[in-house]
Design a protein around this ligand. Structure first.
Ligand code: ZN
Length: 360
């Protein structure tokens, strides 16, 4: 199988040589490492962020919750501000002109997830720009705002029936989807404008979490050449946006005060996982400690179903326990290749026999 690695360390020349020696053939990372990797005869994809930029630092760029409070999340701004979007697309066009690269992957094009900052950051973005955009896109901004407030109250123990607010919640998540898809299709167009031969791809949330942040596999798989689901399933740090175990543990913690729900129903409320898949993970601490490799196969299968023709390259943790089984499960789910996060010289070297086996 073809081996992908995210990053090549602080010294790109040294990292690229090492990865070549270990048998890796594709590297993803910043523009600064492109030359070193290409010089080793490997393929290179540039990874770019989305809703950020050095000039968007002040509070006025932050996302807002339903009550107009500014919320910081994952160093990102409000996800719909036109100035930020246009700046990102301009950066993408600049990166697309890099000689010799195979393509560009976008990361962080989404709304806030439960584990993206303070818990309240999830309840964004209801800023005036987003609400105006929502109205223009045909969404009912008032209904969205009320439904999100009800979910917040419910989460904090207020006994209420969410059913009457279902339409509003759906509206809120559909707005997230429409706004995110718009930016991602603009991203694809920006890359192709500069060089139609380049491939476009996305570091996307796992299928179980993607709809929550506005990333819709079925919208995107038709336009992206590469879908790279982030299947980090046993991330050790409690602060781990996009990591399955961290997001699910945070979700459960968020909903601990919600009345009348079982643990399974709490997880089901916001994620796409079934009770069966969560057997054995009934507490915040058991989720935080990490999920079994089985989830890698399940989530890859889901991604494959929603993008039958796309190049599917899930990215998994380089430090995952039993990494060989993790790779097998991911491939068994229908992946075309596996990418690893993130290059660490000693870790990659310790796995040399594994890389040799995988190349055969
Ligand atoms: Zn906004």
């Amino acid at each position: 199988m073809k081996l992908w690695m995210h990053g090549c360390g602080p010294n790109p020349q040294e990292g690229a040589r090492h990865l070549k020696d270990l048998g890796f053939s594709v590297v993803v990372g910043g523009q600064d490492a492109a030359e070193a990797v290409l010089a080793q005869g490997m393929e290179y994809y540039i990874c770019t962020g989305a809703y950020r930029g050095p000039q968007f630092q002040g509070d006025e760029w932050l996302a807002e919750d339903m009550w107009g409070r500014k919320q910081a999340w994952f160093s990102s701004t409000c996800p719909t501000r036109e100035e930020v979007r246009q700046y990102n697309l301009q950066q993408v066009r600049r990166l697309a002109a890099t000689k010799g690269i195979r393509g560009i992957l976008i990361d962080g094009a989404r709304f806030a997830s439960p584990a993206s900052g303070e818990p309240e950051a999830f309840y964004t973005c209801f800023c005036p720009h987003c609400m105006e955009k929502a109205r223009r896109m045909g969404f009912d901004d008032k209904e969205m705002r009320i439904a999100a407030s009800m979910l917040y109250d419910f989460q904090h123990g207020k006994p209420l029936d969410l059913v009457p607010y279902y339409a509003g919640l759906k509206e809120w998540f559909e707005f997230r989807r429409a706004a995110t898809t718009e930016h991602l299709l603009d991203f694809v167009q920006a890359v192709k404008e500069v060089n139609p031969e380049l491939e476009t791809g996305i570091y996307i949330f796992a299928p179980a979490l993607a709809d929550l942040v506005g990333q819709h596999y079925r919208d995107l798989a038709r336009h992206m050449d590469i879908m790279a689901p982030m299947l980090y399933h046993c991330y050790a740090d409690e602060n781990g946006p996009a990591c399955l175990n961290v997001e699910l543990a945070t979700m459960l913690r968020m909903l601990e005060g919600a009345s009348g729900l079982t643990t399974e129903q709490r997880i089901r409320l916001l994620s796409g996982l079934t009770g069966h898949e969560l057997t054995g993970y009934e507490s915040v601490s058991s989720l935080q400690a990490g999920l079994s490799n089985r989830i890698l196969q399940r989530e890859t299968e889901r991604a494959r179903i929603m993008g039958p023709d796309t190049q599917l390259v899930p990215i998994i943790q380089l430090d995952a326990p039993d990494i060989e089984e993790a790779i097998q499960k991911t491939m068994a789910g229908g992946a075309d290749a596996v990418n690893f996060f993130v290059y660490q010289q000693a870790q990659a070297e310790a796995l040399r026999p594994l890389w040799e086996r995988l190349r055969q």
